[in-house]
Design a protein around this ligand. Structure first.
Ligand SMILES: [Zn+2]
Length: 84
């Protein structure tokens, strides 16, 4: 009977762990998920370093794209000094 109790305990722990996993899993919006599954998200090329990043993670200014905030700041700063 002890073995049965142990098995029951394991089963309950497993179920609790599964529920915990389900509740704590990051929620991905449906559209983003289908794009990720297809692997066909539009890519943007950074104006500064030419790194290609998904558009959802890139920063856009007009028709220029940047891979991160740092490059966005640098790019916009150098562009402004070029204009002046
Ligand atoms: Zn960049």
């Amino acid at each position: 009977m002890l073995l049965f109790r142990l098995l029951l305990l394991f089963a309950m722990a497993f179920i609790a762990w599964r529920i915990h996993r389900l509740l704590t899993m990051p929620r991905v919006p449906g559209k983003e998920r289908t794009q990720r599954l297809r692997g066909a998200e539009d890519m943007a090329e950074c104006t500064l370093c030419a790194l290609r990043v998904p558009r959802s993670q890139a920063i856009a200014t007009g028709d220029r794209w940047y891979c991160c905030e740092d490059h966005w700041r640098q790019g916009e700063r150098s562009r402004r000094s070029n204009d002046a």
